[in-house]
Design a protein around this ligand. Structure first.
Ligand SMILES: [Zn+2]
Length: 630
């Protein structure tokens, strides 16, 4: 027995060691992903967004982002706190740490690495200062929550008054937990790992005296994905105490309903709920918990199936509307929030890892292009909070060092991760999920694969094996937006029979070698999608790309937001909805048949052939390319 086991033990030691030394820590938590550094984006809008985002990140003052942590630890001031969104101090710092790690891992950018290491060294000083200054409650604590001492030391005694007066303390510290995890996960940084686990131990200790009822009462306040954090700590260490903590931090109100497939989301704050569901799914994955698994899956199904607009986003005024309130999507200027989609994509990645179905990849692609990519200004790189669906309204953007919104924090991360889901792997299968110009170095198979495409401006992609040889199954995504029998594949110039159908993966098992070339044709077509519960409002899509029209640039008040508390809301004049252009056609097929392509402009259509009320010459183009416009 022991002799037989010996080689297994050796090999697991070797694997753990290789995670530490070669960036494979990412696969330790997310077993189907390639390390970010092994997938290079080589061209296209995602590369532009990623490169611009790094420039934007480096315009922020790291010392000012660190200031809240130093302040709460009792260390002398090095730089002024950012005054915007005072009360939530520290949350953007946590996101910033994640963003530095992600971008360093994806590109090797040295300044991102330097800043990440500086950030971690400052947090070590904070930890040490807490041990001296706050020995009663702060061993391992790192948060920047204002008034930390009063909030946490009283919460430890079961008194929630200060906790409930504060601005979502667990939500706030969750961002730093995630930042530390990401610094370890994406770069293998061991200092980040120890800070993270000590901080987790603090989270367990500070709540250890609470009964189950008290825990649940505490979780009535927005708390980010604290259950996800502890599930990750369990996966990192195998220590049961973290899994127990992940369960204690799971909000039964949502868990029980979702596990019973009951949608109780009406009038619930959306981005309070999504991270809880991410946590349910993580618990399901690390512990095979079927109740949590049902909850994560049902949450995703009901949000994407019943509560999302065509561009992937959800919520208005940050809350899920009830059926009769969905008309608010048309009237309100506080449309879907970017953070919600950031978290929905995490949940989608997690679900796909357990069950790699095309429906997950399809939602991911839809949301990536139309919400996430579109939430970054393509010139100055500012981030969007609300994306209103109100006709002829607009969006506002952040400026570096001004807006400390939640969506700035999640935005800092969004544009560095575009290479995370292009390819995934499972055993001997390689999944081609996204059609993005890129280069994959599949080290375990010893092959390099280049993907050449201008998608979505062209309706095909080409994969080339440029190095090595290996046996594996290529799982080619057959998107739901390609018609039956329309997807075509050629291997080395010869037609390859496609025996698959829309919304599935097509498996091609071969001995692949350098020089092999796979061409995949992906013909797109126009389609309509109705707004949830407001069916006379429709979205027009071409393939996965949502189309929109520029309808003027008058009075774009606060287009680049100032430091005001509410400046993330597009507060310019609301043009009357009943004066907006309205399409008058008898049927969907007539409508689509009358849209005409604009010559020499990809993904662009004219509405000049349509019957309209309040007619206006509209040019439909990808929504993700529309900025600074109504
Ligand atoms: Zn947000």
């Amino acid at each position: 027995m022991s002799i037989l086991n010996f080689p297994v033990i050796i090999s697991s030691i070797v694997i753990v060691f290789s995670w530490v030394t070669s960036g494979y820590t990412q696969e330790a938590l997310y077993s189907n992903e390639f390390p970010l550094g092994d997938v290079k984006i080589t061209d296209g809008p995602f590369k532009h967004a990623r490169d611009l985002n790094i420039e934007v990140l480096l315009q922020y003052d790291a010392d000012r982002l660190i200031a809240p942590f130093r302040k709460e630890a009792g260390l002398p001031e090095k730089a002024k706190l950012y005054p915007n969104w005072a009360g939530l101090d520290g949350h953007v710092g946590g996101h910033y740490l994640s963003a530095l790690a992600i971008n360093y891992a994806a590109t090797g950018n040295k300044e991102c690495k330097r800043r990440m290491e500086y950030f971690l060294s400052e947090l070590e000083l904070c930890r040490d200062a807490h041990a001296v200054n706050n020995p009663g409650w702060a061993k391992g604590y790192l948060g920047g929550v204002p008034n930390s001492r009063q909030i946490w030391s009283t919460l430890k005694e079961g008194d929630f008054a200060a906790y409930q007066r504060a601005w979502v303390p667990w939500y706030n510290v969750h961002k730093l937990y995630a930042g530390l995890r990401d610094a370890w996960l994406y770069t293998g940084n061991q200092d980040a790992k120890s800070l993270f686990l000590q901080f987790c131990d603090w989270g367990i200790a500070i709540t250890s005296g609470q009964s189950e009822d008290q825990m649940q009462r505490m979780l009535d306040t927005e708390h980010g994905g604290m259950n996800e954090i502890f599930a990750d700590a369990f996966r990192m260490t195998g220590n049961q105490k973290y899994l127990d903590a992940a369960r204690r931090f799971s909000h039964r109100m949502l868990l029980d309903a979702m596990a019973a497939a009951t949608d109780i989301l009406d009038n619930k704050h959306a981005n309070t709920q999504v991270p809880k569901a991410v946590g349910f799914q993580r618990i399901a994955e690390v512990s095979h918990d079927s109740i949590c698994g049902k909850a994560g899956r049902f949450f995703w199904e009901t949000v994407t199936g019943n509560r999302s607009l065509a561009f992937g986003g959800n919520s208005r005024r940050e809350f899920f509307p009830g059926v009769s309130s969905c008309i608010d999507f048309v009237n309100d200027v506080e449309g879907p929030e970017t953070c919600n989609s950031y978290n929905m994509l995490k949940l989608t990645e997690d679900l796909f890892r357990m069950d790699p179905r095309e429906i997950y990849a399809g939602y991911y692609e839809r949301t990536l292009y139309n919400h996430i990519l579109s939430s970054q200004h393509p010139d100055h790189g500012g981030y969007v909070y609300f994306t209103p669906a109100r006709p002829r309204h607009y969006r506002v953007y952040s400026a570096p060092n001004e807006a400390m919104w939640c969506c700035v924090g999640s935005g800092m991360e969004n544009h560095g991760k575009y290479n995370q889901f292009i390819y995934t792997h499972q055993n001997d299968s390689l999944f081609l999920n996204l059609f993005v110009a890129s280069e994959l170095n599949w080290k375990r198979k010893g092959v390099k694969i280049v993907q050449e495409t201008k998608f979505p401006d062209e309706e095909q992609t080409v994969l080339k094996i440029v190095e090595g040889k290996s046996d594996f199954t290529l799982m080619v995504r057959y998107p739901s937006w390609v018609s039956d029998n329309a997807l075509k594949i050629k291997i080395n110039g010869k037609d390859f029979p496609v025996n698959s159908y829309p919304s599935s993966y097509m498996a091609i098992t071969r001995s692949w070698k350098k020089g092999d070339e796979i061409t995949i044709q992906l013909p797109m077509h126009l389609s309509l999608e109705r707004m949830p519960n407001v069916p006379n409002y429709i979205a027009i899509l071409y393939g996965p790309v949502l189309l929109g029209a520029r309808t003027g640039s008058e009075e774009l008040k606060g287009l680049v937001a100032d430091d005001g508390r509410w400046s993330h809301i597009p507060g310019g004049e609301r043009l009357p909805v009943d004066k907006a252009p309205v399409i008058l056609e008898n049927s969907e097929s007539e409508l689509l048949g009358k849209l005409t392509r604009v010559k020499d402009k990809p993904l662009t259509f004219s509405t000049s052939g349509l019957k309209m009320l309040n007619p206006s010459p509209l040019v439909l183009e990808p929504f993700f390319r529309i900025h600074d416009s109504r």
